[in-house]
Design a protein around this ligand. Structure first.
Ligand SMILES: Nc1ncnc2c1ncn2[C@@H]1O[C@H](COP(=O)(O)OP(=O)(O)O)[C@@H](O)[C@H]1O
Ligand SMILES: [Mg+2]
Length: 271
């Protein structure tokens, strides 16, 4: 199976604090991989180091066969890694639509199968190309078209964001804010989506809804690396999981196997 991301023997310290002590993991293309672990285990540090926000002292991060260790954040985004950070960090004074547009800011152009382009964004030019080359041919979308395409995709995943597109983000509910954070990351048209505790502070029903959408991203060909304290819900949608404890991987396995491990679930049930 092709690997989209591999982390090899990663070490990260904050001064004297050793947050990661030799972490290795793989994300196979098209799969959902989970990192489980208690507060302080090093989960956020791991994600930040992958997306270039925190430097490592040792080890490598490889994305699509390219070494991205110590590569600048913008270059990593350009390569197709989008990170929806812990605590959502959306722009509270801006509208939903403005927040989403910021997420799509770095997208230059994309290639999409004609059949996947919704009717309401097919311009004359796009229609002519599809007519000429068939619905299953790849169509090059320019920056403006790509923005519309990505926006349609986010709105079809999270219809509530379209209903509230002109609403100021600070007035959203917690669940809607999380949807906006994920939507904003998807606006960058990632091949790998990184999610840091999307379920934090949300009601169970909302968590279920958001996790269903995350599971659905596989059908769009997006690989997912998700960090969670909520082990049970996460293992239901993940293919594979790693358990992180004090900066080290202490357990790993197929999600379907780990979910039957009562001691593990007990330890990481999440509150
Ligand atoms: N900016 C920082 N400066 C110093 N220590 C930090 C910083 N960020 C995280 N840490 C420490 O690194 C360890 C791992 O933190 P973190 O990666 O946030 O874990 P998690 O996301 O699993 O809760 C913790 O001991 C935390 O206190
Ligand atoms: Mg964290």
């Amino acid at each position: 199976m092709e690997t989209i991301l591999s982390v090899e023997d990663l070490h990260v310290s904050y001064g004297a604090i050793r947050a990661l002590r030799g972490v290795s993991l793989k994300v196979p293309k098209g799969q959902i991989v989970a990192i489980l672990g208690a507060n302080g285990a090093g989960k956020t540090t791991l994600l930040k180091c992958i997306s270039g926000m925190v430097p490592s002292q040792q080890g490598r991060v490889v994305h699509n066969n390219l070494d991205i260790t110590a590569v600048a954040v913008e270059k990593i985004t350009d390569a197709g890694i989008s990170h929806a950070p812990e605590g959502r960090q959306i722009f509270a004074d801006m509208t939903v639509l403005e927040n989403l547009k910021i997420g799509g800011f770095t997208v230059k152009n994309i290639q999409v199968k004609g059949e996947n382009i919704p009717n309401n964004i097919r311009t004359k030019r796009i229609k002519a190309l599809i007519h000429q080359n068939g619905e299953d041919a790849l169509i090059h979308l320019n920056k403006a078209e790509a923005l519309k395409y990505n926006l349609r995709r986010v709105y079809s995943l999270f219809p509530v964001l379209e209903e509230r597109q002109n609403q100021v983000a600070s007035t959203l509910s917690g669940g809607e804010m999380q949807m906006l954070a994920i939507g904003r990351a998807l606006m960058g048209n990632p091949n790998l989506l990184i999610l840091d505790e999307p379920s934090l502070g949300l009601a169970p029903l909302i968590v279920k809804n958001i996790f269903e959408v995350i599971k659905g991203l596989k059908a769009l060909g997006i690989s997912v690396l998700i960090v969670e304290q909520n082990a049970l819900q996460t293992l239901k949608i993940a293919d594979y999981a790693y358990v992180l404890q004090l900066g080290k991987v202490v357990n790993e396995g197929k999600a379907a196997t780990l979910i039957k491990d009562e001691a593990l679930i007990e330890a990481y049930l999440g509150k």
